[in-house]
Design a protein around this ligand. Structure first.
Ligand SMILES: [Zn+2]
Length: 201
């Protein structure tokens, strides 16, 4: 997938020192844009808080839904979205992380241990622990968004979207804003109406 500004700007940290709230980082002048780490961490945090919500909510609230399956056969299938999401979140994370990263992820994010407990259990210092946590968040944020054929993020597409067997082409109604590099010159909006006398002169 190609990362663009429409995708990243909503998740980017508005005071980020690296992307200035744009969410993209240009490695080379003509090369493809890369998402800023603040975006990747934002995606992870959104997915993780939804995971916590799904895990902690009362089980009678979780329901079976009938999902439309667009594609050649156009069938409808029964699904348990919350349980599917919990399983996807755990399996995808386990697959993406290496052994050491997964241990930290499991202790801190799945079992809920705070940094003190994690550092003691994993024999790490505070700095290395938080560096590892940032690295894990960035790695998983990217995986959650780029996962094919169905990504975990955006969450509304995961929970509310139809199951598509054929991937759609690029959306034609997407309006791309020009990047700050392309915007040249100052903006001069008409702030004052010209008076009739001045116009006549
Ligand atoms: Zn940023």
């Amino acid at each position: 997938m190609e990362w663009n500004r429409s995708e990243t700007i909503a998740v980017a940290k508005d005071k980020c020192a690296h992307c200035q709230g744009e969410g993209l980082r240009h490695t080379t002048r003509k090369g493809p844009s890369n998402p800023c780490n603040c975006v990747l961490r934002g995606i992870f945090r959104a997915c993780y808080s939804r995971f916590r919500y799904c895990v902690s909510k009362e089980k009678y609230m979780s329901k079976v839904t009938l999902e439309n399956c667009s594609g050649k056969d156009g069938r409808r299938v029964w699904a348990r979205k919350d349980e599917d999401y919990i399983a996807d979140f755990c399996i995808v994370s386990k697959r993406a992380l290496d052994e050491e990263e997964y241990r930290i992820f499991r202790f801190h994010f799945l079992l809920g241990a705070d940094w003190r407990l994690c550092c003691r259990r994993l024999s790490m210092d505070r700095g290395s622990f938080f560096h590892a946590v940032y690295r894990i968040q960035q790695k998983l944020g990217r995986v959650f968004r780029e996962l094919q054929p169905f990504s975990l993020f955006p969450l509304d597409a995961y929970f509310g979207g139809t199951i598509q067997k054929a991937l759609p082409g690029s959306p034609s109604n997407l309006l791309l804003m020009p990047s700050p590099r392309e915007r040249r010159g100052a903006l001069r909006p008409p702030l004052r109406r010209e008076s009739p006398e001045r116009k006549a002169a």
